[in-house]
Design a protein around this ligand. Structure first.
Ligand SMILES: Nc1ncnc2c1ncn2[C@@H]1O[C@H](COP(=O)(O)OP(=O)(O)OP(=O)(O)O)[C@@H](O)[C@H]1O
Ligand SMILES: [Mg+2]
Length: 371
């Protein structure tokens, strides 16, 4: 009936064949196999050559190891590849996949739009959802409304890199001071110093009683044809720093974080509800513009006036946040169990979506054979 192939980078000669995603792939493969389905992990390279047949790693449950064999056809592709942050400069989705018409979980168009902070926010601008004013840094930026009217900014690569190279900046006359280094950049030189970046108004986030800031992630997935919120969590850390895990952010449950801001139980519930509603609104809006989306990680910030701002849509959301919460011994057992369930459910949804794609693919193949 076909297989699900996960596109990912294979790190040869290391214990963790697929880097930080190795455990996730192993669990997903095991879960799929128990239901009689097979998963292959295929290196990005296989799609940059016209290799035939395509080879991949499949997990051997009996020997508890990966085997490198030909991928069974037909297959559908789940893209979990992340570009190398040192060499990545622009958004180049696999041309061979487009050319060869492979079926892919999140269509390439969706990944391309969501990877591009400027394009995705310009699209979301049409949805009525609040998001920070954003400009592309080019030679005209010095004349923008944003730089004239706001004082505090976030400068970030147009194609996100997990918090890498994101810096907070403040206006000083005709210059900007970068918070992390103290460097002063003249506004008229901004496009030389930050070519290919975007500049965004900085949202004044709500702080917890110990002075930490936070942002929120909601995982949306398509289940039975409908976009649904599967789970959410907060990332917390120091003021004026990106809160990505790679930059020192820490995962906490949204309840726990809001509790630390002295929100009442009722206000916590209302905020969680508002977060889910706005995430679903954003997800449904993106789905109304782009067909076939399977999952989105929607990021939000809560400001001092308790208003939610959409930060970005991620086309390859991680599940690590749920795992960390499931393992967090400082939270009650039922909370740990809840996050274990959320994570497992999100993985079952991957397998189910893949199987549905495969059955549609098989009926198309049969139809072509009949004709
Ligand atoms: N406008 C903003 N106001 C306040 N904080 C922000 C703003 N933009 C970004 N941040 C902080 O910086 C972090 C990183 O920003 P962002 O998610 O836009 O880039 P990225 O994580 O590098 O991109 P990607 O998630 O695509 O890899 C956010 O999670 C948030 O904590
Ligand atoms: Mg991000």
């Amino acid at each position: 009936m076909g297989t699900i192939c996960i596109i990912a980078t294979h790190y040869a000669r290391t214990k963790k064949l697929f880097g930080a995603q190795t455990g996730f792939f192993e669990e997903l493969s095991t879960m799929a196999m128990k239901d009689g389905h097979q998963i292959f992990i295929v290196d990005v390279d296989q799609f940059t050559k016209y290799s035939k047949p395509i080879k991949g790693f499949t997990f051997d449950l009996n020997h508890n190891c990966w085997k490198y064999i030909d991928c069974k056809r037909p297959f559908v592709l789940y893209d979990r590849s992340f570009p190398d942050i040192n060499t990545y400069t622009e958004n180049l989705p696999f041309p061979e996949i487009i050319e060869r018409n492979f079926t892919i979980f999140n269509p390439i168009k969706a990944t391309a739009i969501m990877n591009d902070k400027y394009q995705s926010l310009k699209l979301l601008e049409q949805s009525g959802i609040s998001f920070p004013k954003t400009e592309l840094i080019d030679s005209n930026v010095y004349d923008s409304e944003l730089l004239k009217t706001k004082n505090r900014f976030v400068i970030k690569p147009r194609f996100g890199m997990k918090g890498n190279d994101v810096c907070f900046a403040e206006k000083r006359g005709l210059s900007l001071e970068l918070n992390n280094t103290g460097e002063i950049v003249k506004i008229e030189h901004l496009h030389e110093r930050f070519k290919g970046y975007v500049i965004q108004e900085q949202i004044d986030t709500l702080f917890s009683s110990n002075g930490k800031s936070a942002d929120f992630r909601v995982l949306l997935q398509r289940i039975d044809g409908k976009i649904q919120a599967v789970g959410s969590y907060a990332r917390t850390g120091d003021k004026n720093l990106p809160l990505n895990l790679a930059c020192g952010g820490r995962i906490v449950s949204i309840e726990k974080w809001l509790y630390n801001t002295a929100f009442t139980h009722e206000k916590i519930e209302q905020t969680k509800e508002a977060l889910n509603t706005v995430a679903l609104e954003a997800g449904n809006f993106l789905c109304s513009r782009i067909n076939g989306i399977f999952e989105i990680g929607m990021d939000f910030i809560l400001d001092e006036d308790n208003k939610l701002w959409c930060l970005e849509a991620n086309s390859k959301p991680a599940r690590l946040g749920f795992k960390l919460l499931a393992m967090d011994k400082t939270t009650p057992l039922e909370s740990q169990k809840y996050f274990t369930d959320v994570r497992e459910q999100s993985m079952r949804n991957i397998i189910k979506f893949g199987q549905d794609l495969l059955s549609r693919l098989s009926s198309t193949i049969k139809l072509i054979q009949i004709q």
